[in-house]
Design a protein around this ligand. Sequence first.
Ligand code: ATP
Length: 452
Amino acid sequence: MAKAKTETSMEKITSLCKRRGFIFQNSEIYGGLASTWDYGPLGVELKRNVKEAWWASSVYERDDIAGLDAAILMHPKAWQASGHVKSFFDLLVDCKNCKKRFKLEDLTESGKKKIGQAKCPNCAGTSFTEQRPFNLMFKTFLGPVEETGSQIYLRPETAQGIFVNFNNVLNSTHKKLPFGIAQIGKAFRNEVTTGNFTFRSREFEQMEIEYFVRPPEANKWYKYWIKERFDWYVKLGINPDNLRIREHKKDELAHYAKACADIEYKFPFGWAELEGIANRTDFDLKQHANLSGKDLNYFEQDSKERLVPYIIEPSGGVDRTMLAFLIDAYREEEVRERKRVVLGLDKRLSPIKVAVLPLLKNRAEIVKLAKSITDDLRKNLCGGGKRVVYDDTAAIGRLYRRQDEVGTIFCVTVDVDSLQDKKVTVRQRDSMEQERISIENLKNYLGEKLQS
Ligand code: ATP
């Protein structure tokens, strides 16, 4: 059996995602809404598992971080305080020849060359309009009157919901510095350049930690979080050769940041950001304190001093992370001169943990036994809540291939012998090894193997 890792193209991943129900174009029957995506029956499971793995390592496995789920809509002053109203924009130019619109930074390689040296990627024209700013926040209105006074925004990042709740979390949890608040939620950006499947979408989900520290310790925690977050991707199966850390240069830093590093993944279209870790200083808490008129500081018991903590922020995207997991897990193998497609996802991430397959679907006793095994595993496997499916829609060889392609960890086959010896065949995804296991022991056997 050859185990060569093939170069995974975006075409292969997008086609698999559509064919097997991971990701669909949003509003497809109407021709699609640009850069918005819907997660299908398997995609929703994988996405939940990605978020659960992040939540477990960020919240459940620690004492120093608490969770939060803030609203998408916020008081418009929050976005003035954060700087988004003033500075969250792209500079746009139009090609005078073909009228196509571009981000200035894309034409000038992020400012490395002048616009006078740029060529239109569409028509090779060299004449462009003056640059003008375009704010990336989606606007909407609160209440029934559509006027400037009632204009609000869909949040472009989840972080601000954490900062404005700093006092609430501190007072309700009595945390001591350093401590963090973690949140997963939707964010919206009216991106100018999109593409590369879900990599840059207009509606996406973020997983963010805001970690509050004593200012002199900020650099130590900044480094800590870069390592911690890098290791998280590796622990969940991403090949470390496909990951790198890129430290931002001073002129790249956002207005609020003192330092920032990206964890980048080697996508088929090149190295690109999965997650950013930033030292946001005391900018956010001070800004919100200024605009709200409320104190947002921390009382140090020992020294009896008040201080405004610095914030270290690991900020990742659920959709991008999921895309990287899919690409990294995809492989094609030759098995007995036939191609086998396998999604070698980590067992914590796989959408389906176990598929129960009857060898003969026209034998009522076999079907009955297979269904009762499915029910039992659903209720009892690792305390329930792990996806177990029953499938009799094709012959066994094809069923195995279908399950391999979506990353199912175990297939359990019920055959004629099972009726007599009360055993089933358990087939493992990666090795394809098969073992006869007694039905009585099945949930313990699988439970142990699936335990992280
Ligand atoms: P980029 O430079 O790619 O636009 P960014 O630096 O603006 O990203 P951040 O503001 O740091 O991104 O957001 C944190 C994370 O949120 C990113 O690392 C990414 O995983 C995710 N993210 C940001 N914008 C998008 C988007 N349009 N679509 C999908 N995920 C996104």
